[in-house]
Design a protein around this ligand. Structure first.
Ligand code: AOS
Ligand code: ZN
Ligand code: ZN
Length: 392
């Protein structure tokens, strides 16, 4: 077992400064195509989602930003939402564009062969950029559902040309201090050929755009068995790892809590981050959650997830880098593996409890939130109106 006092000053700094960005849609109701379950107390508008996100930060101390999804979080007064977030102790993070829920985009959005529809999709992104100006967000995050279901349905190559052109136009609308974050996903909703299916395609597109274009790695967006930490290293080497959408999966894009299905994978990912020196907040990698809480309560689910990221990070920081290098140089296969496993099996929970106490937080954020009475109050107050759900 290790204690806070066992950390070097640098490890201590990195751990205390780490932040995780939340997603507004995590606080709405979620489900599958079979059923979206509703939960009493679920937010009915973006303000209530922001209030819930602020609770996660209040108890964990590491989630000071929340991403919005447009049009799900469309509101008349973004300045008001921004000020409200500030009052709650957080800021508005990335703006996520949504061009996957409109009949017009049935055959594609940024890749559509109909110039009018492609224009409409580009303009939807322009609208997101206008919102960024009002919310103070510096990143436009793009995930597309574009793709085809049958071989021959459309030209793979022509779709790539149209995508490149659309992205170029959108990139041109960004100001010098704004970034474009492109997310890939191997399938779903398209089942034959997704237009941005993998990190290679995403990387080629962002490289063509310019320095302020980066890739978002969603941990659930790969084929089973993919070595995700290898991709982390490749994107870091290219200087284009912009962000993570953390979640976990047993089968496809399950969007379950990060660290729930495979805590070892999360540790391996954080180990690559730490060993590359990319944990520092100035490294430009944004650690985000992209999860849906279908059965569990949402705020506690996000608290647990933020804690899981923090635990994996602490373990990665504890890897004895000198011993690891020495074993690697000596081609000591089992010794090197043993150094990693020692860190992975270390119980860092007391250390993190100490860190929270040092920051004036309850050492047990999950229990403290449940005891706070917030959920009971939300259930009582949030009656009437329509609960937010994934997709609204
Ligand atoms: C979709 O599968 C992606 O993970 C996106 O990040 C998406 O924008 C998000 O899940 C909300 O729909
Ligand atoms: Zn995602
Ligand atoms: Zn996803």
């Amino acid at each position: 077992m290790v204690a806070l006092s066992d950390l070097t000053p640098e490890q201590h700094r990195l751990l205390s400064e780490q932040t995780v960005e939340l997603a507004s849609w995590a606080f709405g109701n979620a489900g599958t195509r079979f059923k979206v379950f509703s939960t009493p107390g679920t937010p009915r508008d973006p303000f209530e989602k922001v209030a819930d996100a602020a609770q996660v930060h209040r108890f964990t101390g590491i989630t000071p930003r929340v991403s919005l999804h447009i049009p799900w979080d469309e509101t008349e007064d973004y300045a008001k939402l921004r000020a409200y977030a500030k009052d709650q102790g957080i800021t508005l993070g990335n703006i996520n564009s949504n061009v996957f829920q409109d009949d017009d985009y049935k055959f594609g959005s940024l890749t559509n062969s109909d110039p009018k529809l492609r224009r409409k999709a580009i303009d939807a992104h322009k609208h997101c950029i206008d919102i960024m100006g009002l919310t103070g967000s510096d990143t436009l995050k793009i995930w597309l559902g574009d793709g085809t279901n049958y071989p021959g349905q459309d030209s793979i190559d022509a779709r790539q040309d149209r995508l490149a052109d659309s992205l170029q136009q959108i990139y041109g609308y960004l100001s010098e201090d704004q970034k474009l974050l492109l997310e890939y996903k191997f399938f779903e909703p398209a089942f034959y050929a997704t237009d941005v299916p993998d990190w290679g395609t995403a990387l080629l597109h962002v490289l063509a755009l310019g320095e302020r274009a980066v890739v978002c790695l969603d941990t659930g967006h790969h084929a089973p068995g993919t070595n995700v930490e290898f991709i982390v290293d490749q994107l870091l080497r290219a200087g284009r790892l912009g962000a993570f959408d953390f979640n976990s999966r047993f089968y496809a894009d399950d969007d379950l809590m990060v660290g729930a299905a495979d805590p070892f994978q999360l540790f391996r990912i954080m180990n690559e981050i730490v060993s590359y020196g990319a944990l520092d907040k100035d490294s430009g990698v944004n650690f985000m959650l992209d999860q849906c809480h279908q059965l569990e309560e949402k705020i506690p689910g996000e608290i647990r997830s933020a804690m899981n990221v923090q635990e994996a990070t602490a373990k990665a920081l504890l890897v004895d880098r000198e011993a690891l290098s020495a074993a690697q140089e000596a081609h000591d296969v089992l010794g090197a593996n043993g150094v990693l496993m020692d860190a992975f099996y270390t119980d860092v929970r007391p250390l993190l409890a100490g860190l929270r106490e040092e920051q004036g937080l309850d050492p047990d954020p999950y229990g403290a939130f449940l005891r706070s009475g917030y959920l009971e109050k939300a259930r009582e107050e949030r009656v009437g109106g329509t609960q937010a759900s994934w997709g609204a």
